[in-house]
Design a protein around this ligand. Structure first.
Ligand SMILES: Cc1cc2nc3c(=O)[nH]c(=O)nc-3n(C[C@H](O)[C@H](O)[C@H](O)COP(=O)(O)O)c2cc1C
Length: 181
């Protein structure tokens, strides 16, 4: 059992192209405190990420953030969950061995009896390959935009992309998860 929780500097530097597929009936579950530090994870989480629960508890959730993920995804997520709204999205996560796994993620705030946020919970499941194939190139464009023009450029690119499809972010994500092209 580790005495000190892991931090982003402990994440693997050797990113590989090795993909682990989540099982059809698997759910990866974690809970964080209000700052995004992991306070609970289920067994499937440890199996998929490659870390022990003792490494994960107390670690910032960004430990498993993959460099192929655009910042804007997490901005959308945090903006929604801090307003007690639900987030849905496709996430590529980084495993301890440098590999990755894709999931369809749901994040929501946990409230006390007075309606105050006390923690956050995320449940993730398998996403259809068609959704991953559709979203991965969009994420690449968003990352390029973030590199050259920051979050503003990324936000504009996403807004233009959605306007062209005549869809909201939620509608796009739902359609992709349902397997629509
Ligand atoms: C309940 C919950 C679950 C989260 N799950 C993930 C996750 O699986 N992968 C991930 O990269 N970020 C996840 N995040 C978002 C992270 O907190 C963080 O915003 C993200 O990794 C980007 O971190 P960075 O801005 O420090 O790079 C989660 C946040 C919450 C509240």
């Amino acid at each position: 059992m580790s005495l000190k929780s892991l931090s982003k500097s402990d994440a693997p530097k050797n990113i590989t192209n090795s993909e682990k597929k989540i099982g059809d009936n698997d759910f990866i579950i974690s809970k964080t405190n209000k700052k995004g530090k992991i306070i609970y994870c289920n067994e499937i989480f440890t199996e998929m990420s490659g870390y022990n629960a003792s490494d994960l508890i107390g670690a910032n959730h960004n430990l498993i953030r993959h460099p192929d993920m655009p910042k804007i995804t997490y901005k959308i997520a945090w903006d929604l969950i801090q307003k007690k709204k639900e987030f849905f999205g496709f996430v590529k996560n980084l495993m301890k061995d440098g590999g990755y796994y894709w999931v369809f993620a749901y994040i929501t705030a946990d409230l006390d009896s007075s309606g105050n946020i006390i923690s956050y919970t995320s449940v993730r499941r398998k996403s259809p390959q068609s959704a991953i194939d559709a979203i991965a190139p969009v994420y690449k464009l968003l990352i390029d935009a973030e590199r050259s023009g920051g979050m503003e450029a990324s936000e504009k690119l996403l807004a233009d992309f959605l306007a062209e499809k005549n869809m909201s972010y939620e509608e796009l994500v739902t359609a992709l998860q349902l397997g629509a092209k």
